[in-house]
Design a binder for this molecule. Structure first.
Ligand code: GDP
Length: 282
């Protein structure tokens, strides 16, 4: 699923976010574990100041475990609560519940001192399109008892999902626009499929990915497509086209088809777990 951003979208998304943020105590920010910084929009720091913050590295099943660990440490050092999850399989949901409690402890204590007892902590999931917000909400809601506010007689409006006796989650996520002004960031977002690749040409994009893989995950392309890995990305694309019989009429190699095939394999995890950006060189 691709999402194209226009200024109108951004203004609307920002307005919704500003409104909803007033209602909550905790921001659960989803990032893609393969590109934990490139999949963030730093505007959330401004929008969410004075709120408790939790960062979830989602799609951790698609990223390398040692880098997942390194990224968690990176965010924790910056003062965030951080946990890795796989929303699709439901992995890490128990830790999420626990860390939500922990992230909100300060607020609960403050309430207690003021004599406010049993007011649930309210949370909202935010992130760029396609990062897995709906999947996470469903995974958390699946274990939750019932939605509040959707019973007959209850005014329609914001729907809160009660996760446990202390925490309620807004059932609609906050959408952050991706920040793709930076070319490298744009490239990484396009590799994972979260921005339209018309912005960058498919073959260029795929060739660039093969260069990255040859350098950072050597052997991956060789094993999957039986090619000899080259520094030249187009050489690699030709190798993929040959091994997968991507041919045009007259048996010319169809590089665009090979490019799509590679991107599709990569995005669906068929090239194994690959992290695309690393904490030490950011
Ligand atoms: P949203 O736009 O942020 O709400 O994203 P969605 O919840 O619609 O998810 C986008 C895609 O990512 C869907 O195809 C999900 O199945 C997939 N997805 C979500 N979470 C995970 C995860 O942890 N691992 C993997 N492999 N895929 C996921």
């Amino acid at each position: 699923m691709h999402f194209q951003w226009y200024p109108g979208h951004m203004t609307k998304a920002k307005r919704m976010m500003q409104e909803n943020i007033k209602l909550i105590d905790l921001i659960i920010e989803l990032v893609d574990a393969r590109i934990p910084l490139s999949s963030r929009n730093p505007d959330i720091d401004e929008l969410g100041k004075n709120k408790a913050r939790l960062i979830l590295l989602n799609k951790s099943d698609l990223a390398e475990e040692k880098w997942n660990t390194a990224w968690i440490e990176y965010f924790q050092e910056k003062g965030f609560f951080a946990v890795k999850v796989n929303s699709k399989k439901g992995g890490g949901m128990k830790s999420v519940q626990e860390v939500i409690q922990e992230a909100c402890r300060e607020k609960t204590e403050r309430d207690k001192k003021r004599g406010i007892l049993n007011r649930p902590v309210r949370a909202m999931v935010v992130g760029i399109p396609n990062v897995g917000k709906s999947t996470l909400i469903n995974a958390l809601a699946g274990k939750a008892c019932a939605k509040t506010g959707n019973k007959p007689g209850v005014t329609k409006g914001k729907q809160w999902i009660r996760l446990n006796k202390n925490v309620e989650l807004l059932d609609t996520p906050g959408i952050l626009w991706p920040k793709f002004e930076d070319q490298t960031v744009g490239l990484r977002l396009a590799w994972i499929g979260s921005i339209k690749e018309e912005l960058l040409q498919t073959e260029e994009l795929a060739a660039g990915l093969t260069r990255f893989l040859a350098a950072h995950a050597p052997g991956t392309l060789a094993e999957k497509y039986g090619l000899e890995e080259a520094e030249d990305g187009f050489e690699n694309l030709r190798g993929i086209a040959e091994s997968r019989h991507c041919l045009l009429k007259g048996s010319e190699l169809d590089l665009e088809k090979a490019a799509r095939l590679l991107l599709d394999d990569f995005r669906n995890g068929r090239l194994g777990r690959v992290t695309l950006e690393f904490p030490q060189n950011v």
